[in-house]
Design a protein around this ligand. Structure first.
Ligand SMILES: Cc1ncc(COP(=O)(O)O)c(C=O)c1O
Length: 459
C-alpha cells in the first residue's frame, strides 16, 4: 500500500530564500491585479512559508488555528463593525463586549465587583496592570500618578515589582515603558517545578530596614517556558497581608481554570487585584484577543481620558475605551462569544484537556527512557526535556539540543521550540491545539532521538 506523505508544517527555507519568493509581492504597480491572480500569487509565494498550526506536528509555540464559531464571529465583525471602543461606532459591539466581560468574570469565579476589558495582547495587559498597581501606590503616597508621574514619589528608584525569574519578559517591557527600568524588578527564586517559592516572597516582603518599595507582585499562572502554575493562593495571602497589589499573569494558563481537575490550582485568583488572559492562545480565536480583569471595577477609572468629540465624561452610554488607552481596537468579544457558544463549555473543556493529556502521558512514558531527562513535572501543556544519549560527552550536550532544534526547524516536518533552564539548553514541546495527540508528541520524541543519532555522526 502506498504510504501517504505527511504535509510539511512549513517550508524550512532560509530568510534569504523566503525573501526571494516574496519580493514580487511588494513590487507595487500602477495597475491592480485580478483577485484570482492575486490569490494565486499569495498561494504560490507566501503560503508555503506560513506555518500550519492545524497539524498535530505543530508543537512549538502558542499559536492556534481558527475554531469554526470564532471564524463566523470574526467574519461578522469584519463585515459590519470592527471597532468597539465607544458607543457611536457600535452600540451592539459595546454592549456585547461589556456583557461578555461580565460573563467571563463569572466563568472564572471572580466577584460581582470585578470587571474586564479586551486588550491587544497579554504584553499590554500586563503593562496596564502594573501601571494600575503603581497608580494605587501613588494614591497611597498622596498624589495622582496620572498628573505627576514618577516625580511624585519621594524616591522613585526604590519602587519595585516582585516576580519569579520565570515571569514573562513582558513584565520587563512594562517596567521599561513605565520609566521604572529593569532595575526595579526583584526576582523571587523558584522551586524545582519552576514555580515561585512563596516563602522567599514572604521573606522579601518582611525584610526590615532601608528596603525597596514593592508595590506589585506578579505571579504567573502557566509560565512561558514550562507552563508551571505559581502557588496563587499563597501569593494572594502574602499580598493581602502586606497590602501589596497582586497581579496574576494567566496569559497562557488561565484557560485551564475551566478544567475541574485543575481548578483548585487557581484558587486565590478571585483575591488578586488584576488578572490577564489570552484567549488567542488556545481558544482558536483570531489575534488580537486578550483580557485584563480587575477585582474592583473602579480600578479602571484610573485609565479614563475624556474626549471632546467622543468618550465625553457625561456620555449617557457606556464607552469601553475608558478602560484602556487605544481609541481604536477590534471587537474581539464577538469571535470569543461565537467560539464559546458554538462549541459549548463541554467541548471547550475537551479541547483544553486534550493537549494536556498528550503531554502528561508522554511525560509518564519517558520515565522508562533514560536517554531523556525530564526537566519538570508538567502542570499544563508544556514539556521541557533534554536528550542525554548514553556515553555522550557532557560538554557537548548543549550543542546537541541546539543541533536538534535547528535540524527539526530546517526539515519543516514538525515544530518544537528551545529554551534555557538553569543555564542549560532544553527542547520545549508545547501542545496548544486539540489536534496535538499523545501519538504526535511521541513521534516528536522519536524524531529527537533520530536526529541525535545524526549529530553523533557529525562530531
Ligand atoms: C505568561 C505569558 N505572559 C504574557 C505573554 C505575552 O502575551 P502576548 O504574546 O499576547 O503579548 C505570554 C506570551 O507568550 C506569556 O506566555
Amino acid at each position: 500500500m502506498k504510504q501517504e506523505k505527511k504535509p510539511l508544517i512549513t517550508s524550512g527555507f532560509t530568510p534569504e530564500e523566503i525573501a526571494e519568493d516574496l519580493a514580487p509581492l511588494v513590487n507595487f504597480q500602477e495597475e491592480g491585479l485580478a483577485k484570482k491572480d492575486l490569490e494565486k500569487m499569495f498561494e504560490k509565494r507566501l503560503i508555503p512559508h506560513f506555518v500550519r498550526y492545524d497539524l498535530p506536528e505543530f508543537q512549538s509555540l502558542y499559536n492556534c488555528f481558527p475554531e469554526e464559531g470564532a471564524e463566523l464571529g470574526a467574519q461578522l465583525s469584519l463585515r459590519y463593525n470592527q471597532g468597539v471602543t465607544n458607543w457611536i461606532v457600535s452600540p451592539g459591539g459595546v454592549l456585547l463586549e461589556e456583557l461578555c466581560c461580565q460573563a467571563l468574570c463569572r466563568l472564572f469565579g471572580l466577584s460581582a465587583s470585578a470587571d474586564a476589558t479586551f486588550m491587544y495582547c497579554g504584553t499590554y495587559a500586563n503593562q496596564q496592570a502594573i501601571y494600575l498597581a503603581l497608580h494605587r501606590h501613588a494614591e497611597r503616597t498622596g498624589f495622582n500618578l496620572a498628573q505627576k508621574g514618577l516625580s511624585g514619589f519621594p524616591n522613585a528608584s526604590k519602587l519595585a515589582v516582585a516576580a519569579s525569574q520565570e515571569a514573562h519578559f513582558s513584565v520587563r517591557h512594562a517596567l521599561r515603558i513605565l520609566g521604572l527600568g529593569e532595575q526595579s524588578l526583584v526576582l523571587i527564586p523558584i522551586d524545582k517545578e519552576r514555580r515561585m517559592n512563596p516563602y522567599k516572597l514572604k521573606a522579601l516582603l518582611e525584610e526590615k530596614g532601608d528596603k525597596r518599595e514593592i508595590f506589585c507582585v506578579v505571579s504567573t499562572a502557566g509560565t512561558t517556558s514550562t507552563g508551571s502554575i505559581d502557588p496563587i493562593a499563597a501569593v494572594s495571602d502574602i499580598c493581602e497581608h502586606h497590602d501589596v497589589w497582586h497581579h496574576v499573569d494567566g496569559a497562557y494558563g488561565l484557560a485551564f481554570r475551566l478544567l475541574p481537575k485543575l481548578a483548585s490550582r487557581f484558587e486565590g485568583i478571585e483575591r488578586a487585584d488584576s488578572l490577564v488572559w489570552d484567549p488567542h492562545k488556545q481558544f482558536g480565536v483570531p489575534i488580537p484577543n486578550s483580557l485584563l480583569f480587575v477585582r474592583k471595577k473602579e480600578d479602571f477609572d484610573r485609565m479614563a481620558i475624556y474626549g471632546e468629540y467622543f468618550n465625553r465624561k457625561d456620555d449617557p452610554e457606556p464607552n469601553p475605551g475608558f478602560k484602556s488607552p487605544p481609541s481604536t481596537r477590534p471587537l474581539s468579544a464577538l469571535p470569543l462569544v461565537a467560539a464559546i457558544r458554538f462549541q459549548g463549555m463541554k467541548r471547550i473543556r475537551e479541547r483544553l484537556g486534550a493537549p494536556l493529556k498528550a503531554v502528561r502521558k508522554t511525560w509518564e512514558k519517558l520515565d522508562s527512557h533514560p536517554d531523556f531527562q525530564r526537566l519538570h513535572t508538567p502542570d499544563t501543556g508544556i514539556l521541557c526535556l533534554r536528550i542525554v544519549p548514553e556515553k555522550f560527552p557532557a560538554a557537548e550536550l548543549d550543542n546537541l539540543q541546539k543541533y536538534i532544534y535547528e535540524d527539526i526547524k530546517k526539515e519543516g516536518r514538525r515544530s518544537v521550540s528551545m529554551t534555557r533552564l538553569n543555564g542549560k539548553y532544553a527542547l520545549r514541546i508545547v501542545a496548544i491545539s486539540p489536534c496535538v495527540t499523545e501519538e504526535a508528541v511521541w513521534e516528536t520524541i522519536i524524531s529527537i532521538r533520530r536526529t541525535a543519532r545524526k549529530y553523533s555522526f557529525t562530531v
